[in-house]
Ligand binder design. Structure first.
Ligand SMILES: NC(=O)c1ccc[n+]([C@@H]2O[C@H](COP(=O)([O-])OP(=O)(O)OC[C@H]3O[C@@H](n4cnc5c(N)ncnc54)[C@H](OP(=O)(O)O)[C@@H]3O)[C@@H](O)[C@H]2O)c1
Length: 246
């Protein structure tokens, strides 16, 4: 039987904001979530956990490491063979830091946070092309990637260095702008979304006691974006309420 559910791939969805987004989408019977995970073990545990909640939507695991080009291509082939198309893609997987020198950190973080989302869209575009719905791409970014905010001494995060993360998210913002220009004329919708400071495993500071919001709140606005509620903001740098300055 044809799968008329909205098929959404979320990368890095075995934990944190990606997992929470998967859970929220699954409260809708019209959704089929492909839970992306670079670790088979963590991905299987996450799918099992979601299935144990008896949510109305459907969920399957997709093994994808966005820092590995072959893994991205293999995942696209697997999704094509099993589902024949994709309706939405959330480039959520990211790292905040890496080991080594500044040069090594920048390269590693760039590979995951910039080259990964770029190559993932490239690999899955032929499957999004086959969607009978409006294809949507959400690139999960951060206000930390705003060049305007970085230069503003009144910004709350002015003293936060995190250069490799900031540089990668600024570059992801341009990746997203390029994708909006490339795919917009086909009727696809492309967005950047920043969840805001949220409880997750991103770094040791992402804890409620440091003021981070609940993971459900960080992920929540993406459900509306994926449901088309913010289509008029195609190409934008979205946050829960409005948009960031670039
Ligand atoms: N939390 C915040 O305050 C905040 C604020 C602004 C933006 N964001 C953005 O929100 C998104 C989700 O982050 P999070 O806060 O939920 O962090 P998280 O809890 O660390 O989740 C990140 C996810 O990405 C996965 N991942 C990392 N590298 C990967 C790779 N090479 N291939 C595939 N998956 C990979 C991780 O898998 P493993 O479990 O295997 O490590 C994990 O599932 C990120 O894009 C982040 O930059 C977060």
């Amino acid at each position: 039987m044809a799968n008329d559910k909205t098929i959404t791939l979320i990368t890095g969805a075995n934990g944190g904001i990606g997992f929470e987004l998967a859970a929220q989408l699954l409260s809708d019977a019209s959704k089929h979530v492909l839970l992306g995970s670079r670790s088979l073990e963590k991905g299987e545990a996450a799918v099992k956990e979601l299935q144990s909640r008896s949510l109305p939507g459907a969920v399957d695991l997709v093994h994808i490491d966005v820092a590995d080009e072959d893994s991205i291509k293999t995942a696209a082939k697997e999704v094509e063979a099993k589902y024949g198309r994709l309706d939405a893609l959330v480039n959520n997987a990211a790292i905040a830091d890496a080991a080594g020198t500044s040069f090594q950190k920048l390269n590693e973080v760039f590979r995951t946070n910039v080259a990964g989302p770029y190559a993932t869209v490239e690999a899955f575009a032929p499957l999004l092309e086959k969607s009978a719905k409006t294809p949507r791409i959400v690139n999960v970014t951060s206000g930390g990637g705003s060049i305007g905010l970085r230069l503003d001494p009144d910004n709350d995060y002015y003293s936060l260095k995190a250069d490799q993360y900031r540089v990668s998210k600024a570059a992801l913002n341009m990746v997203s702008a390029c994708q909006a220009v490339e795919y917009g004329p086909k009727g696809w919708k492309v967005f950047l979304f920043c969840p805001g400071f949220t409880v997750s495993n991103l770094g040791p500071y992402n804890k409620a006691e440091n003021g981070a919001k609940p993971t459900s709140e960080g992920a929540g606005p993406m459900v509306g974006i994926l449901n088309g509620e913010r289509d008029s903001e195609h190409g934008g740098y979205l946050k829960a309420d409005g948009q960031w300055q670039w």
